[in-house]
Structure formats: C-alpha cells, structure tokens
Design a protein around this ligand. Structure first.
Ligand SMILES: Cc1ncc(COP(=O)(O)O)c(C=O)c1O
Length: 330
C-alpha cells in the first residue's frame, strides 16, 4: 500500500475504537526559528503541550481512547496512580469530570505539606486522593488493585488505568499522533529525520514506533528516559509497541525502539542542571515553557545531541509532551 493509503486505512481503523474526544486536534507544529539559527539545524516542535483539555499534554490522546473503552464497558469510576505531581493523574481527573465518572487517584511519594502544581488542580477537579508513602511504581499499582477491589465490593463499576495509561489502547492515541506528524511534514514541506521526546511509562513512544512500523516511515524516534534504564525501558516499549501494532495489523522491529538514558540525572522527578539549562534556553529563545520532570530533560538530550554533532545537518522534531503545571510545584 502507498503511504497515503496506509494512513487512510489506519485512520479508519482507529476511528472504529470507542473514543470520548478530549483533545483539540491537530496540535500546532512549527519551526523553532531562533533555536534553529543558534544551533545550525532545523528544529521543529510538535506542540502536544497544547492538546487543550485540562491544561493539555500528551495524556489527553491516550485518555480519550481509555475513557471511551471505560464508557463502553459501562464503568462509573476511574482509578489510576502516579507520583504526586503526575500530569496523567491530573488529566484523568479532568477526563472523569467530563465523562461524569468518579475518579480515585493513588499518589505516591508521600503526602506533601503544601499543595502545589498539579495537586492544586487534582483537588479543584474533585478527585478522591489517596496518598502512599512509597516511591516505587509497583507499590502504587498494588495500592490501586486493592482500591479497585474495595470499590467493586461497594458496588462501583471500576475501570483501572495503569501508570501513564501505557497499555495498547492508550498507546494507539500516539499512532494517531504519528499520522498527524506525517501530515505536518506535508504541510510544512519538510521530512523529519528524527523525532525526539521524553519517555516515562513508554506509551507515547510505543504508539509512535507502532506508527512508524505501520506506515513505513524512515526516520528515527528517540525517547529520552526520565526514569528507567535503556535496556529495561526498550524491552517494555518493544512489547507495548508490538501489541499496539498488532491491534492495527502490523509488527514492530526491535531495532526501531531507541531509548537514551543519559539524561535522567539522580532520578525520576529530580531536576538536573542540563534540564534547567534547556528550560531556560527554550523560554528565552522561543517563549516555550518546558517542565523539570519530562520535557526539560528531553530537551537537554536534544541539545546534547546537537552539540556533540550526533544530529548535525538533520531536521529534528521535538515532541513537546506538556507538563508545565510542574513549574509551579515545590
Ligand atoms: C509531560 C509528560 N511528558 C512525557 C511523559 C511520558 O509519556 P509516557 O509515560 O507515555 O512515556 C509524561 C508521562 O506522564 C508526561 O506527563
């Protein structure tokens, strides 16, 4: 099939999935002119920080399919988990409000003394918040399972969403985003050699990689890890991308899953000097705000790649996945 026919086929196929539309699409995609000039290559930005709903971010694309599935199953309650400043939890709370569902959030890392950033929004949205002191993702999932059992025994019909919504249904939202990027290429008259973005629970990257496999796109996709090591995360994303592509009748090559774990710093959610520098550069050269947990670290990987010469002469697309409420967090 030609690329255009493949795109139409995929759009039609994804169009049959239950969906509760949330995002304002397509998101803008534009050249970062000053940064491109300073760094000597074409840098473009796909603005998924501007998906619109609930202050925007990558997770609205996953949630519209997940909430669609929950509604189709007749669920009345959403349960998910994440760190105290989780963007996914904020957006799940907002999606639940819009869908008329109760939302329970398991927030890990301990109850903060002051409510800041995303937590202010979670409360404003009326979500039921359950704090756990552990910082381990496994413990958060175990707490979620226990809560689901408890709510079910009380008669609620619960839809549990794992961390970051990174299951094939959620990742399919990023197959759609990938198709949107191919249309951006056409509109702007450019071919991107490289897409670079922050990767955490892996669903965003899995969807993009599945999109690449399903359309035969030739460029490279790099996820800059904010948490796990390269091998562990690549394996996880490969499995998720394969299951996502399988839903749409395709398969993924292991080599197309590339994670760079050199920019995590001391750990998840701990800012790095390189990330802080990237945040300043994007703000002061482009008026674009990044966050410390995800996009600042991803942009520090982008800048390092350009400065080291790894990306010279290329047209790079930086996928901005959102997360700015974290800038107002302590
Ligand atoms: C702002 C932001 N960027 C990137 C990511 C990473 O996306 P994923 O979990 O799909 O890898 C997240 C996940 O929470 C996020 O909130």
């Amino acid at each position: 099939m030609l690329e255009k026919e493949k795109m139409e086929y995929l759009e039609d196929r994804i169009g049959t999935f239950p969906c509760f539309p949330l995002s304002l699409l397509p998101t803008p995609c534009h050249r970062l002119d000053r940064l491109s000039k300073t760094l000597g290559l074409g840098i473009y930005c796909k603005r998924d920080d501007l998906t619109g709903f609930g202050l925007g971010g990558n997770k609205t694309r996953k949630l519209e399919l997940l909430v669609g599935e929950a509604m189709e199953q007749g669920c009345d309650t959403l349960v998910t988990c994440g760190g105290v400043q989780s963007n996914f939890c904020r957006l799940t709370a907002a999606a639940g409000v819009a869908a008329g569902m109760q939302v329970h959030l398991i927030l890990g890392g301990g109850r903060p003394e002051r409510k800041t950033g995303n937590l202010i929004l979670d409360r404003l949205l009326g979500a039921d918040i359950h704090y756990v002191s552990s910082s381990r993702w496994d413990d958060w999932e175990a707490e979620s399972d226990a809560l689901v059992e408890d709510l079910t025994s009380k008669g609620r019909k619960v839809f549990k969403i794992p961390i970051g919504g990174s299951v094939p249904t959620g990742a399919t939202g990023y197959v759609s985003a990938f198709l949107e990027i191919l249309k951006d290429e056409e509109r702007l008259g450019v071919s991107f050699d490289h897409i670079i973005h922050a990767t955490g629970s892996g669903g965003t990257q899995a969807g993009l990689v599945a999109g690449k496999a399903l359309t035969g796109w030739q460029g490279m996709i790099s996820g800059i890890s904010v948490s796990a090591g390269k091998e562990e995360l690549e394996e996880l994303i490969y499995g998720l991308a394969s299951n996502t592509a399988a839903l749409l009748g395709g398969r993924v090559d292991r080599e197309s899953v590339l994670v760079d774990d050199r920019f995590i710093g001391p750990g998840y959610g701990v800012s790095t000097p390189e990330g802080e520098e990237a945040i300043r550069i994007f703000a002061r050269q482009e008026g674009v705000f990044l966050d410390r947990v995800y996009t600042g670290k991803a942009a520090s990987g982008l800048l390092a790649g350009i400065r080291s010469g790894e990306m010279t002469g290329k047209r790079v697309l930086f996928l901005h996945t959102g997360g700015q409420p974290e800038l107002f967090a302590e």
